[in-house]
Design a protein around this ligand. Structure first.
Ligand SMILES: Cc1cc2nc3c(=O)[nH]c(=O)nc-3n(C[C@H](O)[C@H](O)[C@H](O)COP(=O)(O)OP(=O)(O)OC[C@H]3O[C@@H](n4cnc5c(N)ncnc54)[C@H](O)[C@@H]3O)c2cc1C
Length: 273
């Protein structure tokens, strides 16, 4: 088996950068839950420890471009508390707004009710719109359904940062595999007899191909399938594939003070509208 990877590294949307000797995750950082979670099981099997790190706690340093650093007390009051309050109020908000309402309408209503103004209002709005909907539910609040939010389930055990960064977990997955980095797949030809995969560097043949590229790559038709994949493989109709969206979380690393970084390094969160 060979793994074809377009970039010059493994990991995709997980990426641990070395920041003056401290590991900083620019992509995935949290193991979400430790009980029953295969990611946590893998970390245990490979002796990778973790540190508790919730979305709002002392591991977070926040900065509002309009007002400067945001204290942990303000984050708890104006971000974490409204987040918990919104989740508790979601049933009532559904009853008021009716079926099919967007999460954005519910956020507007909920934040209005909090009676906040200025920076605290912006932080509460950010905590809901960006730090819950866009980050965890994968799309903008105005295109996300109030009917479906908070209907998913989580592994128990809290959120954790793997020691040394997420790359350590990814490296255990890549170990022992024949990974060819810098090989972007352009075409996949297939028939009953097998597959032929043409990349930027070579042509590979095999019995099967497992395609794990992200939704955006499929939507952009960046890989040509010959013959075209049956509609049911991607979505029932092409338009349905176009309707599926991904959110745009971005991690912005930055040194908060010119002091030596400690481990685990503190991620910086920038509140930006
Ligand atoms: C900023 C950010 C924070 C996140 N935080 C968390 C978190 O804390 N916890 C968590 O569990 N998840 C988090 N996620 C989500 C997590 O990173 C993704 O769910 C996960 O990486 C998806 O894995 P994947 O293999 O499906 O896709 P990807 O990681 O995107 O990997 C797909 C790979 O396909 C390659 N590729 C694309 N096209 C081609 C081609 N034509 N030929 C060859 N290779 C190609 C890409 O280079 C990439 O390496 C976060 C994501 C982001 C962006």
């Amino acid at each position: 088996m060979i793994v074809l990877e377009g970039r010059d590294r493994v990991g995709g949307r997980t990426w641990t950068a070395d920041f003056g000797g401290a590991p900083i995750d620019l992509g995935a950082a949290w193991i979400h839950g430790t009980e029953g979670n295969p990611v946590a099981d893998r970390a245990r099997r490979h002796g990778i420890g973790w540190q508790p790190a919730e979305v709002v706690d002392a591991t977070i340093a926040a900065f509002d471009p309009h007002t400067g650093p945001v204290s942990l007390a303000d984050l708890v009051t104006y971000v974490a508390t409204p987040q918990a309050g919104f989740e508790a109020a979601v049933g009532e908000l559904r009853a008021i707004l009716g079926p099919g309402a967007s999460v954005a309408r519910a956020i507007d209503l909920y934040v209005d009710r909090l009676g906040l103004a200025g920076a605290p209002r912006r932080w509460a709005d950010f905590g809901l719109r960006q730090a819950i909907v866009e980050l965890f539910y994968g799309g903008p609040a105005d295109l996300s359904s109030l009917d479906s939010i908070f209907e998913d389930s989580e592994f128990p055990g809290g959120n954790q940062f793997p020691d040394g960064g997420y790359a350590r977990l990814v490296d255990t997955l890549a170990r022992g595999l024949d990974v060819r980095t810098g090989e972007t797949v352009a075409t996949v030809r297939w028939d009953e007899g097998g597959v032929e995969v043409e990349t930027s560097r070579a042509t590979h043949r095999g019995s099967h191909a497992i395609v794990t590229v992200p939704l955006g790559v499929l939507r952009a038709d960046a890989i040509r399938f010959e013959p075209a994949l049956p509609a049911r493989v991607l979505a029932r109709r092409r338009e349905q594939l176009d309707d599926l969206l991904l959110g745009h979380p971005r991690r912005v690393p930055g040194l908060l003070r010119p002091v030596a970084l400690h481990r685990p390094a503190r991620p910086a969160v920038v509140l930006r509208r």
